[in-house]
Design a protein around this ligand. Structure first.
Ligand code: DUC
Ligand code: ZN
Ligand code: ZN
Ligand code: ZN
Length: 488
């Protein structure tokens, strides 16, 4: 069995250090990281000479079995995780959507969906309305259910969207619970107007998606969310940063000392919007996601921001709709289900785009794909590190081999792939999840029910000393000293 493993002779990489060493694993836990570990015959030995031994990827942003835009994503917790493992990701954090307004019912529905898991997972939760019950349920989620992050949609008017009043309530509640507030930052009212205008102009194709929700409206919402978070003095996490506009707002806030995290996604780093103008609807529709993939130039700027530390980690927003589902919008781009793949491709793409190109080091790679996510969501160093005591979620990457992406051989249930035909240097040859070898020789060995729910405690490092901040914010507002009644 795989219960005892020795990974021999590789370069072991953590977020701040690398060394040639052996890694010894027993019962799903890393027990030792040292040069020249000796073991008995009962131990399975993997030779990693000349290769990198790194923490498995953690994808902070996925949507598996997501009911959205009148349909459900084709990847569920089994197929999506199978794809993830084949691409070197060993944990993901998915978004629970409340069910009929109930957070508890939403959580229970996702618990059920996740029963077939073959790798570890955690949950964020979306907040889509506000009342006393929601406020109380948020507390239960944090204190009893292992959720430490809540996402607010500033777009999807008439569906998931919230207004500033609700966002402020949510930010205050997050602050009081030590939970991280996340935003989908686009101005939903402006997007709604933009969409109507496109249809009036007769632009019904996928290019209308990009034209109706420009980068400036992503920048506006990002700036607004950042200022509101500052007003409440609580940390903020901006999901899927797709544009220079949004990135520059994050850069400015971070420079002033505000605790803002920016998450670019694989598609925003690797693609540009020209695909949305492709004459073949089936091809163009694949690239419809929100916020949209931007014009050439935004991709390079996001890469540079990642290498400079303006952005901290990479997600995917994996949200898989096949060509039949995408065709719902053949006559109206507003009905194309929003979402692209990425859970299987992220680790290879980031290696190729960022490490092979010389923009970041191998230790940076581990930080951006794994460690920083574990720190932000407060599960480090159980996850995100190769240390004695950490979970044995490990990948072996061969820098001299290469990868090729195609729907013909990927592990998602999708019939398409937004990275179709893409090749690059660096190949993840082995994935170990919870001490089990799940990916080797281009083959998956997985079983439903082997993944675990990872509870994430509140008050991550982002909250350390936050109330010491000497700045204007809501909680420091005080009633003015009463003036003496003036005499007449
Ligand atoms: N954007 C997408 O493209 N899909 C899921 C939800 C979202 O915000
Ligand atoms: Zn050392
Ligand atoms: Zn979103
Ligand atoms: Zn998303």
């Amino acid at each position: 069995s795989n219960s005892k493993l020795l990974i021999k002779g590789g370069t072991v990489v953590n977020a701040h250090h690398q060394q040639i060493a052996d890694v010894y694993v027993e019962n799903g836990i890393i027990l030792a990281v040292n040069p020249n570990i000796r073991v008995g015959d009962e131990v399975t030995v993997i030779d990693a000479t000349g290769k990198y031994v790194m923490p498995g990827g953690i994808d902070p942003h996925t949507h598996l079995e997501f009911e959205f835009m009148d349909t459900t994503t084709v990847d569920d917790f089994f197929s999506g995780q199978a794809a993830a493992l084949a691409g070197g990701t060993t944990m993901h954090i998915d978004f629970v959507i409340p069910l009929k307004g109930s957070l508890t019912a939403g959580f229970e529905a996702y618990e059920k969906k996740a029963k077939k898991s073959c790798m570890d997972y955690g949950f964020h939760m979306a907040i889509t309305k506000w009342d006393e019950t929601v406020s109380r349920e948020m507390e239960i989620m944090v204190k009893e259910k292992g959720i430490n992050s809540f996402k607010f949609f500033m777009a999807y008017k008439g569906a998931l969207m919230i207004n500033d009043e609700l966002l402020l309530e949510g930010l205050k509640k997050c602050k009081s619970l030590g939970a991280l507030a996340m935003v989908h930052a686009e101005n939903g009212d402006a997007v709604y107007e933009g969409q109507k205008k496109m249809i009036e102009l007769g632009i019904t194709g996928p290019e209308g998606h990009a034209l109706s929700r420009p980068a400036v409206m992503e920048g506006e919402a990002t700036a607004r969310a950042i200022r509101l978070a500052d007003f409440v003095n609580t940390p903020l996490y901006v999901v899927h940063v797709m544009s220079i506009d949004a990135m520059e707002e994050i850069a400015k806030a971070r420079k002033s000392g505000q605790r803002v995290i920016g998450e670019p996604v694989a598609s925003g780093l690797a693609l540009d919007e020209s695909w949305l103008w492709h004459p073949d609807f089936e091809i163009a529709a694949k690239y419809v996601m929100s916020p949209p993939i931007r014009k050439q130039g935004h991709d390079k700027a996001l890469q540079a921001a990642l290498s400079r530390g303006v952005l901290q980690l990479v997600g995917t927003d994996h949200c898989a709709f096949n060509s039949t589902q995408k065709a719902f919008g053949i006559d109206d781009f507003r009905k194309i289900p929003n979402g692209v793949n990425g859970i299987e491709e992220r680790m290879h793409l980031v290696w190729d785009i960022m490490v092979e190109s010389g923009q970041i080091s191998v230790t940076d790679y581990v930080r951006l794909t794994s460690t920083e996510c574990a720190r932000i969501f407060n599960i480090y160093p159980r996850k995100g590190a190769i240390f004695p005591g950490s979970d044995a979620d490990i990948i072996i990457l061969n820098p001299n081999s290469s990868f090729e992406i195609t729907a013909k051989s990927h592990h998602s249930r999708l019939d398409t792939n937004v990275y179709e035909g893409r090749r690059g240097k660096g190949k993840i040859e082995v994935t170990i999840a919870g001490g089990r070898i799940v990916w080797e020789n281009n083959e998956l060995k997985i079983a439903p029910g082997t993944g675990r729910y990872i509870q994430m405690p509140p008050y991550s490092y982002l909250f350390d000393g936050i109330d010491k901040k000497d700045a204007f914010y809501l909680n420091s507002l005080q009633a003015p000293v009463k003036r003496a009644k003036s005499s007449t």
